[in-house]
Design a protein around this ligand. Sequence first.
Ligand code: PHE
Length: 468
Amino acid sequence: MASIQQSGNQSRGQWSGRMGFILAAAGSAIGLGNIWRFPYSVAEGGGGLFVLIYLFFVLAIGLPVLLAELSLGRESRRNPVGAFKALIPGKMWPYVGGLGVLTGAGILAFYSVIAGWTLGYLGKAVSGTLVQAQDGETSGEIFNSFVADPFWPILLSGLFLLLTLFVVRGGVSKGIERATTLLMPALFVLLIAMAIRAVSLQGGMDGLIYLFTPDWSKLSLNVVMGALGQALFSLSLGMGAMITYGSYVSKRENLWKSGIFIATADTGIALLAGLIIFPTLFFANADPLAGPGLVFVVLPTIFNQMPLGTVFAGAFFSLLAIAALTSTVSLLEVVVAYFVDEKGWKRNQAAVAVSGFCFFLAVPSALAFGAAPAFSGGEGSILPFNLDFLTLNNNIWGNYSLSIGAFLICIGVAWVWGVPRFLAALEDGGDRTFPMPGREVTGFLVKIVCPLAVLIVLIFIVVTGQYF
Ligand code: PHE
């Protein structure tokens, strides 16, 4: 692997080589979005139908936007705000980057809660509690009693933010890269082993049919919005994470190849998670509409069916926590890079301030899911309706904000910066051209298809009022 000496901008840091960058970017993309969010969104979106629309969005919108973000980042060598300032003329554009920075903090504030749950479940796995869950009912009880007491969810989300802070403080190549390089391949191997076990469970085939057969009667605007949001969320797009990571990439890298690799790996891991969850769900007779709790309810029952279940459970939740960490790191990095580049803060200061702030914002989400009768709308509630901050934040930041961001990024890149300049930046640094119609197709997707598709979904939602 070539180590890279880059001219200029030494103080911003850089990936030490191709594998470092690709694995860090794949590490950002692969996370709770694949293993926690994808399965319950599939369940809410009617199984195979959701999967089909999701795959379409990954190809038609995800990959082109990913290439656009990486190009913006590498060409400008800046955080999202700085990238727009440097490359795209017009006073309004830096605000698009600003929306991304805000979204980074917004996502981090609920993501860290779920990431905290993975730590809690790691504890349960190691102590042997999880392997006792033989069916959906028992594991549902374990989950409910875990989230009903706010102490651990709050404490663990704080702990998770602290871990994130430590990695980000270390900087680009030492901190972020090191954490990812070993652990992503390990996660992949473990998921394959679990998928093989899940598919061969009794009822496993029903799970596969559910995952791959579209039920068109379930088609609704919410499903389409959910799939769009999920495609963007899972690939870390629409808020500048890939602009920021792209800003540390050397001109030697072929961004076409990197982008295709990242999108394929991310989608593959999401499908693999589906191959584990749905067969197990049918086997355990669990409720598919368990929402954000789905994975935590379903998974324990598969460990019960595996030899060395405790070992598998421990390994799985360790790796899931690490996958989440490589994503929270990229979220925090966006906000930190903004304060470092634009406001002249020290990396350390920025990282401490931002993660502290996000912890503050995370508390209502940690309380909201089952733990806070005060917000439930029921007895003893201070509100007349159920206010679930976790789901609300997830929708606002994780679906709407990312979609609006992706729309604006496409307009900025294709219509203001211009497709020729975008393609030149994408292929900057020598023989980087993509064979055949890839260039034309990508230009067309970023210029016409992506913005139009996102706009249509958003307009329909506003007109019909089906927000969530
Ligand atoms: N892509 C990450 C995941 O799937 C989440 C994420 C979204 C990270 C946006 C960065 C930016 O878990």
